[in-house]
Design a protein around this ligand. Structure first.
Ligand SMILES: NC(=O)C1=CN([C@@H]2O[C@H](COP(=O)(O)OP(=O)(O)OC[C@H]3O[C@@H](n4cnc5c(N)ncnc54)[C@H](O)[C@@H]3O)[C@@H](O)[C@H]2O)[C@@H](O)CC1
Ligand SMILES: [K+]
Length: 665
């Protein structure tokens, strides 16, 4: 037992070293993949590394004293399965009918070693299922391979480091370890219902990763400095080889040339990325997300260099002053030389104030979730954004009026991508968004209006049903009575498909309030495909108003559970559930379903951003083809939630054609 404990202590002692070595690669990997690093993942990953360390130490330590040591019991591999059972039965006085032998059994090495062998890989099975999302047979294979790696390391005396095996290769260990991985796999199953789902954690990390956080920028800067330092070293060797190493001025200027290369030349070549930024998917752009010029990179990093270098140069100037060599500047030099302590203190205070102001701005930007802009960024009019953030910012700045979106659709259709195909892609994009946020099949309600926005909803409903999500589609009328095209033909198509392929999609036509509320109460996701760009007015007409209220009530008040339908219905009729319409934004209920608006939240004018009564509040809006003015207007994000763009096609050529067309007008 003591050996076990001392091995774990060893692991705990060596863990900080390993953590130190893996931290920067880990951060780079996470930033590249997800854009931000949730603490939960860090906890899981580092605990996993610690666990592996413990497991390997337990298997491999203690090491024999010298390389040639022969540990007698380890020389012949034990290849008889279940040998430990035979040995145990042969050597013990265990009797099932005699309870007094039970305790002794537990203390028997054969028993507790078997038990520890199972226990050893229980965590592995847990991690494999919970974090790595492996299936049972993958866990079985990985568990077996890990234990095989333990046993072969033992058999080969740490891969030849020792001349003879110093631990026993035992088939029973293989079996018990693998069993342990499977036990862990099964054990973690029930816990996964309460543990956070990492697919959602990843999704949130991706959303948060749109921001160029201070840590991410600091890390990229650190990487750049490391790269520049490395290059500087190479240049230093070069200079030494050329016999120029002693020359102070040359090395100062070569250092500056290296910095110029890393922070100005490289960004010019890569259109705004230093190597560190390239690694972390960051980019230097102008404050409006457009491409920055070479002189802006020079200004940005030149200023930073001055801000860092100048104070130190000034300090060393003051400290190095010699009053006897004072020439023309005599008086000043004399003053500085005689008040050195005072000047150095003034310098310290100034630098401390600068440091504090940096800190205050960093904390402020973190609290307010605003980007942290440094002084050199302000002066050079440059910002560091994530590559994804630049993309989004550019999309947001390319706003099309609703009429232009219609014209764009026509252009695309004329070019051979019919509207029905666009609708298919739009609905699929919405279904994909739902699947990202509700990864396992769960009830979904699709609220579909009678226009083409509703058509997108029908497509999304089918796409989700195809992935085994039980979908309830709520529509105001029979599919054949829909007037808009291609919504009508699409809805008929989906309807026929559902019956033919027996998809889990039920269609409710103009359901009464109770049925509607029950459906929404039981949903994990709600798709709002009621009204899109075709909506106009200050009031949403029935029945859609009631649908929007029901969705908002569920969002802000949570579920009331089953069996209280009449109460809910009355409350709904009295219109008490219009909190979403008030000025102050109410809190989203904890258990509210994920609500995604198709193109624009129903009730919100895509053109003006004005919210009608009522207006649906969404967690996310997937807008089609281009941003509309209403989506980027201030104060509308309480209705839209996060807005993402589904391009549907490569719109660039069409946008250019549209621009020409508009200019001709
Ligand atoms: N046109 C196309 O080819 C495509 C359209 N798409 C979708 O189609 C949408 C635009 O479709 P539509 O032009 O058919 O319009 P919408 O579906 O947005 O809205 C039209 C419907 O809203 C109703 N409506 C209007 N004002 C109302 C009010 N005050 N109260 C209650 N109901 C009201 C109308 O009676 C009509 O049934 C877009 O938002 C987008 O989601 C996408 O599928 C991409 C392709
Ligand atoms: K909508």
């Amino acid at each position: 037992m003591n050996v076990y404990v001392s091995n774990i202590v060893m692991a705990a002692l060596s863990f900080p070293l390993i953590a130190f070595v893996i931290t920067i690669p880990y951060m780079v990997y996470q930033y590249r993949k997800f854009g931000s690093i949730p603490w939960l993942r860090t906890l899981v990953v580092y605990s996993f590394v610690f666990y592996l360390l413990c497991a390997y130490f337990l298997v491999l330590l203690p090491l024999p004293e010298d390389r040639t040591a022969i540990v007698p019991y380890a020389q012949t591999p034990q290849l008889v399965p279940f040998n430990f059972v035979h040995e145990f039965l042969a050597e013990t006085s265990f009797s099932p009918s005699n309870p007094s032998t039970w305790l002794a059994t537990l203390r028997d090495p054969y028993v507790y070693e078997a038990f520890f062998n199972v226990l050893l890989l229980v965590p592995l099975g847990m991690y494999l299922r919970y974090y790595f999302r492996r299936t049972w047979w993958q866990t079985l294979i990985i568990g077996f391979l890990v234990t095989l790696s333990f046993e072969t390391t033992q058999l080969t005396g740490l891969w030849g480091l020792y001349e003879h095996p110093y631990r026993l290769f035992d088939v029973d260990d293989l079996m018990m370890n693998t069993l342990g991985a499977m036990v862990g796999f099964w054990m973690v199953g029930p816990a996964m219902r309460v543990l956070p789902d990492f697919r959602l954690v990843n999704e949130e990390a991706r959303e948060a990763g749109m921001r160029a956080s201070v840590t991410k920028r600091a890390l990229s800067f650190l990487l750049d400095l490391l790269i520049a330092g490395f290059l500087g070293m190479l240049v230093g060797f070069g200079l030494a080889a050329a016999g120029l190493s002693g020359q102070e001025t040359i090395s100062v200027w070569t250092d500056r040339a290296v910095l110029l290369l890393c922070f100005v030349v490289v960004p010019v070549v890569t259109h705004g990325q230093t190597l560190g930024q390239k690694l972390l998917r960051l980019r230097i752009v102008r404050s409006d997300a457009s491409r920055a010029h070479w002189y802006q990179f020079l200004a940005r990093y030149g200023l930073l260099y001055l801000m860092i270098w100048a104070p130190f140069a000034a300090l060393s100037g003051v400290v190095g002053l010699d009053p006897s060599t004072s020439g023309e500047m005599g008086a000043i030099v004399n003053f500085a030389a005689h008040n050195q302590t005072l000047l150095v203190w003034a310098w310290v205070v100034l630098m401390a104030a600068w440091g504090v102001s940096l800190l205050v701005r960093a904390v402020r930007s973190w609290r307010l979730k605003r980007p942290f802009v440094m002084l050199n960024g302000l002066i050079s009019n440059t910002r560091i954004m994530t590559v994804a953030g630049v993309e989004r910012e550019r999309e947001r700045r390319c706003v099309l009026d609703v009429a232009d979106v219609a014209a764009l659709e026509r252009l695309i259709a004329d070019d051979g991508t019919p509207l029905a195909e666009l609708m298919e892609r739009a609905g699929t994009a919405v279904a994909d968004t739902v699947r990202l946020h509700v990864p396992d099949p769960a009830p979904v309600v699709v609220l579909a209006g009678a226009g083409n926005n509703g058509g997108d909803g029908w497509v999304a409903a089918r796409a989700l049903a195809e992935q085994d999500y039980p979908v309830t589609l709520i529509t105001s009328d029979l599919a054949e009575r829909i007037k808009a095209e291609p919504a009508r033909s699409t809805a008929l198509d989906v309807f026929a498909d559902t019956a033919e392929r027996d998809l889990p999609l039920r269609v409710l036509i103009a359901p009464d309030a109770d049925v509607l509320i029950d459906a929404i109460d039981g949903a994990e996701a709600v798709v709002d495909a009621i009204l899109g760009t075709g909506f106009a007015g200050d009031e949403v007409r029935p029945p859609y108003a009631a649908w929007i209220r029901a969705a908002n009530r569920r969002r802000f008040e949570g579920s009331r559970g089953k069996g209280r339908g009449r109460h809910r219905k009355r409350a709904l009729e009295r219109g008490r559930h219009e909190r979403g319409e008030r000025r102050s934004a109410p809190m989203r209920a904890k258990d509210a379903p994920f609500t995604v608006a198709v193109d624009v939240p129903s009730g919100l004018s895509a053109q003006t951003g004005a919210a009608a009564r009522p207006c649906l509040a969404a967690d996310m809006t997937v807008t089609m083809l281009a941003y509309k003015p209403g989506l980027v207007a201030t104060e509308t994000n309480r209705w839209t939630g996060m807005v993402t763009l589904a391009r549907l096609v490569d719109t660039k050529p069409y946008l250019a054609a549209l621009g020409d067309e508009l200019e001709d007008d």
